[in-house]
Design a protein around this ligand. Structure first.
Ligand code: AMP
Ligand code: TRP
Length: 344
């Protein structure tokens, strides 16, 4: 039995969806739908690994759903759904909790960053977060996973978990009809292009993030044109002109970031941006970048607002997506149970 190509990715409904999410992940989701069967998941189970106000969570789930659709993902052709509506995610995560090793999870840098100094006080869910992420992917035998650079280590872990499961259960996997001994295919990370790690507009050494206390650090997908222009105008830069080759961006994190954002928005390489703008001062480049950002982001923000005015329709899309996702997940979960040796 071989595995067909399938794309899976997830975004957490934790509010403040930003340009990093859009350029690092969502634009890739849109591109892949032309060539692949895709599942795009609003990962609400992941979100609650840190406290989420129950009064805001549903709204944040709808916001990510609206962003997917407004960016161009077709919910009829592809599957858009939220994780907690398909029980297999939590179920497979438990099995994988028993495959992954403590030592593997202890190496996860994102846990260390998120838990900070108060490791003892972090939720257990935050620690096992990467196992749930592996379950998301493996539950559909997904082969390709578009993400930003910050998810690379989690994807390597997902590959290790898939491999260990295949080795641990080699015998029953063959008995279940997978002659090659591969039940879970190794998911390929897709981390490409000029904006796999968009940085804060206030500090070129920090990732653009939903949880940064400074609103000025990020452009959110719901910012209006004036706000976008203001944030770019105030973005931190150095005093030099733009170089004409990418080598000249080394050790200039803020310049590198703005050039990367421009390139990704325009769908070209950083080299091409510097061909046109090399030698320009930021006083000239920033307005060009602001114009481009407004041109690309504003229509999405407008469409998101429209979609969010009809929450019942968004909920129906999620429900339909969950039903279709479940149809793919059920036989895989059933086989998993058989392979592990459960009855029923
Ligand atoms: P999250 O908001 O953590 O659920 O992230 C959703 C997706 O956006 C993941 O694929 C992340 O890797 C990606 N992402 C988050 N922040 C950034 C960033 N600053 N630059 C590029 N990609 C990002
Ligand atoms: N951990 C990812 C993030 O924070 C979100 C995520 C959850 C995900 N499950 C996934 C991404 C499965 C890709 C595949 O960005």
């Amino acid at each position: 039995m071989t595995h067909q190509e399938r794309v899976f990715s997830g975004v957490q409904p934790t509010g403040n969806l930003h340009l990093g999410n859009y350029l690092g992940a969502i634009t890739k989701f849109v591109a892949l739908q032309e060539s692949h069967e895709c599942l795009y998941c609003v990962v609400d189970l992941h979100a609650i690994t840190v406290w989420q106000d129950p009064k805001e969570l549903a709204g944040n789930i709808r916001e990510v759903t609206a962003a997917f659709i407004a960016s161009g993902i077709d919910p009829k052709k592809q599957i858009i759904f939220n994780q907690s509506q398909v029980s297999g995610h939590a179920e497979l995560a438990w099995v994988l909790n028993c495959v992954a090793r403590m030592g593997w999870l202890n190496r996860m840098t994102q846990f260390k960053e998120k838990a900070g100094k108060h490791k003892e006080n972090a939720s257990v869910g935050l620690f096992t977060y990467p196992n749930l992420m592996a379950a998301d992917i493996l539950l559909y035998h997904a082969t390709h996973v578009p993400v930003g650079e910050d998810q690379k280590q989690h994807l390597e872990l997902a590959r290790d978990i898939a491999q260990k499961f295949n080795v641990d259960f080699a015998e029953t996997i063959k008995e279940a009809g997978f002659e090659e001994g591969i039940f879970f295919p190794q998911p390929e990370p897709l981390i490409q292009g000029p904006a796999t790690r968009v940085m804060s507009l206030r500090d070129g050494s920090k990732k653009m993030s939903k949880s940064d206390p400074s609103e000025m650090s990020r452009i959110t997908m719901t910012d209006d044109a004036d706000t976008i222009a203001k944030k770019i105008r105030k973005a931190k830069t150095d005093p030099d002109a733009l170089p004409s080759e990418t080598d000249g961006l080394t050790d200039r994190p803020e310049a590198n970031n703005l050039v990367g954002i421009y390139a990704a928005l325009k769908g070209v390489s950083k080299e091409e941006v510097l061909k046109d703008h090399g030698g320009a001062q930021f006083s000239a480049f920033k307005p060009a970048l602001a114009e481009l950002a407004v041109e690309k982001v504003s229509p999405i923000a407008d469409e998101m607002k429209k979609l969010l005015n009809e929450p019942a329709e968004l909920d129906a899309i999620l429900k339909d997506g969950a039903n279709r996702a479940q149809t793919i997940a059920d036989p895989i979960m059933k086989k998993t149970k058989e392979i592990v040796g459960f009855i029923g």
